[in-house]
Design a protein. Structure first.
Length: 222
């Protein structure tokens, strides 16, 4: 199991676009690797279609996206037509690769197998795992959903916008934050430094404890 902040392990895999070396494929980009339980299944079809629809947003943020399941390359290629039809995707080329992990080696290595969900042969299938990897190849976010619960991929766009912003500035994003909304001064920043940086733009919340730790500022734009 990979922990937050650790280097995400490299691997070589077959995909619908050919063999890839994951770290070389990722290059200097942010990356999202997400697994799905099985090809030709309803929830998975909606998810991969939604990711295809969101590719302009992922590209805007410099994110490369790749999917994986315990199915063959041939299965992926045949399923892509269904995904494109469901998502009303008109481009000839599918916008991101899908890894074939029939051996389940990658799913086991990354802790993605769901023992409660099995295929027609009685073998466990991939859970709905999501990993966000930064340009230094470090894992920055990990989410694991059960097979029956489809993911919110708009949330992944939001998360990466937060990660990229907070990497650049000493701020943190509050609950339900969206791009352009106010943020909070990171607790590691002293009041003196915060005042020098943000001046009169700091709003300090008055709380029953009397502690002035909620310091709200406009989102830095540069």
């Amino acid at each position: 199991m990979v922990l937050l902040g650790e280097v995400f392990p490299n691997f070589v895999a077959e995909t619908n676009i050919g063999q890839i070396d994951f770290h070389k494929w990722l290059g200097d980009s942010w990356g999202i690797l997400f697994s799905h339980p099985n090809d030709f299944t309803p929830v998975c079809t909606t998810e991969l279609a939604r990711v295809a629809q969101l590719m302009p947003e992922f590209q805007r943020l410099g994110i490369k996206v790749i999917a994986v399941s315990c199915n063959s390359v041939d299965s992926h290629k045949r399923w892509i037509d269904d995904i494109k039809s469901y998502g009303e995707i008109t481009e000839n080329d599918f916008p991101y690769p899908i890894i074939a992990d029939e051996s389940r080696d990658l799913a086991m290595k990354l802790g993605m197998l769901d023992p409660s969900e099995v295929n027609s042969q009685g073998l466990p299938v991939s859970a709905r795992a999501v990993f966000v990897i930064d340009p230094k190849k470090k894992m920055r976010l990990s989410i694991l959903y059960p097979a029956t619960c489809g993911r919110n991929f708009d949330e992944l766009v939001r998360v990466v916008e937060s990660l990229q912003l907070t990497d650049k500035h000493k701020v943190a994003t509050p609950a339900d934050w969206k791009k352009g909304e106010p943020v909070m001064v990171d607790p590691s920043v002293s009041d003196e430094v915060a005042k020098k940086t943000y001046g009169e733009n700091i709003k300090v919340m008055s709380l029953p404890s009397g502690k002035q730790y909620v310091r709200i500022v406009p989102q830095p734009m540069s």
